[in-house]
Design a protein around this ligand. Structure first.
Ligand code: SME
Length: 163
């Protein structure tokens, strides 16, 4: 049984390195997308400080539909031209939003959210969905988080295709 360990470092790059190792261990040997998404969201949500939501939206061919997550109940469907999630999905670029109130079209699922990072999930050129993380703190996410979250998202995607 996998046991999540508290992060040992105060440095963000080191925290993400520790978390990457835990994510690999947690997802090892399982390829089911829902199972791995659920455990991955729970790992990130419980490991990193200052979060109020962490989870997935999967692309159904038309729009984004909420998947496994931790946090308050969320909006179910997001069009690709709506919100931070839609922006990440349609541009296929990670969105780091320091102040969600200043982001045109931001969708407030939890009124407590103040900043957000959304990583697009692309497999063989096809949009699988996005990984979305919210914080009640203003400017919670920076370049270290972008690099770290993209690395974590890659580990999730790799788990789906591992032999
Ligand atoms: N804030 C997101 C919507 C999803 S919730 O944050 C969970 C957005 O603007 O796309």
């Amino acid at each position: 049984m996998f046991t999540a360990a508290a992060l040992q470092s105060d440095s963000k790059p080191e925290q993400y390195a520790e978390l990457a190792e835990q994510a690999r261990g947690l997802l090892h040997g399982e390829r089911d997308r829902i199972a791995n998404a659920a455990n991955f969201a729970a790992l990130v949500y419980n490991a990193l400080p200052g979060l109020n939501w962490a989870g997935f939206y999967f692309f159904d061919g038309t729009e984004l539909v909420v998947g496994p997550f931790q946090g308050q109940p969320a909006c179910v469907r997001i069009a690709l031209d709506k919100g931070v999630c839609g922006a990440a999905a349609s541009t296929r670029q990670t969105q780091v939003v320091l102040d969600v109130h200043a982001f045109p079209g931001h969708i407030a699922c939890d009124a407590a959210s103040r900043s957000e990072i959304v990583v697009p999930l692309v497999v063989d050129g096809n949009l699988l969905g996005v990984f979305d993380v919210d914080s009640p703190e203003l400017a919670r996410f920076d370049e270290d988080d972008r690099v770290g979250m993209e690395r974590l998202a890659a580990i999730f995607l790799q788990s789906l295709r591992a032999e």
